[in-house]
Design a binder for this molecule. Structure first.
Ligand code: PRP
Length: 211
């Protein structure tokens, strides 16, 4: 199966991967996907689709470079990573929100003070506080961000909140809700032109699932 004959789709590992796998199975195109295996490529010869299973930030890289025509990734990643991909569809799953959280009574806005913000999303946090003219010191972490205010590494965190369980378990509170997030279908701009018919058909099938 050559790359040109196939539709190449990058799926984000983690929470979104499970739901992405389910929707492709529901439209009859996901039989080859087995996210519980250690495989990274799933080939569907019958439908001429190659899936790759990669870390969320890398979905953008694969689609941007045209190695993958399409990708399934969270809006959080699209906002965080500079990109020139085409966002085609809100897939309606992977719903959560960005929030500023911290210990009870922590103030966020204080014109003359530097707010220490821990996050795995430095670009999103910087843009948000810049727009509100609050000076911040960014502390980039790679996970378990909720720990930072507890040990005095930061004043607040900027992070995704889904159920709120992680915040509650660590005695943190939402200070401000920032915006809603969900999984999106993204497309390489050149692929969109050259593989338009196949892509449009796939998008239609995914849209029908919502109805
Ligand atoms: C994410 C996010 C929060 C948590 C929110 O972390 O960064 O920590 O989920 O979910 P909740 O509101 O349902 O508790 P993830 O589990 O992906 O791990 P991480 O801390 O390593 O980023």
């Amino acid at each position: 199966m050559s790359k040109i004959d196939c539709l190449n789709i990058a799926i984000s590992k983690g929470r979104i991967g499970k739901d992405a796998s389910k929707i492709f199975k529901r439209i009859g195109l996901g039989d080859s996907i087995d996210i519980d295996s250690r495989k990274l490529i799933f080939k569907d010869k019958q439908n001429k689709i190659n899936y790759v299973y990669v870390k969320p930030l890398d979905v953008i890289t694969y689609v941007q470079n045209g190695v993958s025509d399409l990708g399934v990734v969270g809006k959080d990643i699209i906002l965080e990573k500079d990109n020139d991909v085409y966002e085609i569809l809100d897939l309606g799953f992977g719903k959560c929100k960005f929030a500023i959280a911290g210990m009870k009574d922590q103030k966020i806005y204080c014109k003359d003070e530097l707010l220490r913000v821990a996050t795995t999303y430095p670009n999103i946090a910087k843009k948000y506080f810049d727009e509100r003219e609050q000076k911040i010191q960014l502390i980039k972490l790679n996970g378990s961000v909720e720990l930072a205010p507890l040990v005095g590494l930061s004043d607040v965190i900027v992070d995704l909140v889904e159920t709120g369980n992680t915040l509650r378990a660590n005695g943190l509170e939402i200070m401000e809700e920032m915006f809603d997030i969900s999984a999106r279908l993204i497309c390489n701009r050149i692929s969109y032109r050259f593989k338009y018919t196949r892509i449009a058909k796939l998008v239609e099938s995914l849209k029908e699932l919502e109805n």
